[in-house]
Design a protein around this ligand. Structure first.
Ligand code: TRP
Length: 363
């Protein structure tokens, strides 16, 4: 069986370093591993519209931001198909048929949808499109016969729901769809990087993100103003490493070799953490180190972004070409689905023959 990746992001803002350590970096590694036969990376604009119906301009503006972030992180259109969800009408058709295989109460139990409903104060007026987006996500995944879906932990309920739809479809209509597997980030801290204010999640509305598209000066300013241990008032005080955003970021970004280059007082993160916990290590020194480590990682991304920004029409051309290739793939799957459901009337010679005979013998 061929190995196929499908994943994507909602274009509701530029991507931040949380996206990078949580998924983008991994995608590029998977892409370059040569282990996958096909890779589809989707800008999920239709899904973004399920809770931004009144703000299509936001989605429209951010498609190019996300595309630039993808390309500058190293996703390569020669190896991965980059496409825009709304340009693949087959996904809507698949969703429509899958809707018959899912109950309202099952959707209500989806924990991610549940918490999003609360976050958006949708309790009394949930848009139907939003409520059913896990079904459309199942269409995204199955349309490409994806075997592997690399996503963050919060997406686990979606993959679970997709598997249920696949099993149900295959048991009712015969083996047609491919059962996908989730691929979670391997580094625990990368599951969810906190904001620079120490809040649990980086979010545009909280204004606590470091973006991949931020300038060197912005990144530095954000790191130097980062929340640390509020009890660590003087350098000589013992500090708390656990839950301290600066150390969480270091766990996500730094490797032993960085110490040689930028902070030879220590051999590895453990030694630095021990010193901080003992007392005698100031926040500024740790932050300066983090800044060096992060700038080293972000600089090549920024450089590539600047190059891609020089030819924006070319980026749209890449997305158009990707969308055409993705549509061809989804159309094949839709036709398999319609065959399995026997709603392919005009290709079904046996049906036409059978009906002809029935009416002939009626006479
Ligand atoms: N729900 C994902 C997010 O919020 C985006 C997405 C849409 C997706 N369809 C998908 C991810 C299919 C993986 C597979 O980021």
């Amino acid at each position: 069986m061929s190995k196929v990746i499908l994943t994507g992001d909602r274009p509701t803002g530029p991507l931040h370093v949380g996206h990078y350590v949580g998924s983008l970096k991994r995608r590029v590694e998977l892409q370059n591993s040569g282990e996958y036969d096909k890779i589809f990376i989707m800008i999920a604009d239709a899904q973004a519209l399920t809770d931004n119906a009144d703000n299509p301009e936001k989605v429209r503006q951010n498609i190019i931001e996300v595309a630039l972030d993808y390309l500058s992180c190293g996703l390569d259109p020669a190896k991965s198909t980059l496409f825009i969800q709304s340009q693949i009408p087959e996904l809507c058709e698949l969703s429509f048929y899958y809707m018959n295989l899912v109950t309202v109460s099952r959707l209500q139990r989806n924990p991610t949808v549940k918490s999003e409903i609360q976050m958006r104060n949708f309790e009394t007026s949930i848009p139907v499109g939003f409520f059913t987006y896990p079904i459309s996500q199942a269409a995204d995944i199955t349309a490409f016969h994806a075997t592997t879906v690399p996503v963050g932990e919060d997406q686990a309920p979606m993959i679970e729901q997709t598997k249920e739809i696949v099993h149900k479809f295959n048991s009712v209509y015969g083996e047609t769809l491919t059962d996908p597997n989730i691929l979670l980030p391997d580094n625990k801290v990368c599951l969810r990087l906190p904001g620079i204010d120490g809040k649990a999640k980086m979010s545009k509305s909280l204004n606590n993100c470091i973006y991949l598209s931020d300038s060197e000066a912005d990144v530095k300013q954000k790191i130097m103003s980062m929340f640390t241990d509020p009890g660590h008032l003087r350098v000589q005080d013992p500090g708390k490493v656990e839950g301290n955003p600066v150390f969480i970021y270091l766990e996500a970004f730094c490797r032993d070799e960085h110490f040689e280059r930028y902070c030879p007082d220590y051999q590895n993160l453990q030694e630095m953490e021990d010193h901080y916990a003992r007392g005698g290590l100031g926040d500024v020194k740790v932050k300066k180190f983090l800044n060096n480590v992060m700038q080293e990682e972000l600089e090549p991304i920024r450089k590539r972004r600047k190059e891609f920004e020089k030819d924006i029409p070319e980026i749209y051309r890449i997305l158009k070409e990707g969308s055409e290739a993705a549509e061809a793939e989804a159309a094949r799957t839709l036709s398999e689905v319609k065959n399995a459901m026997k709603i392919n009337y005009f290709e079904d010679q046996a049906l036409i023959q059978e009906q002809a005979e029935r009416f002939a013998s009626d006479k």
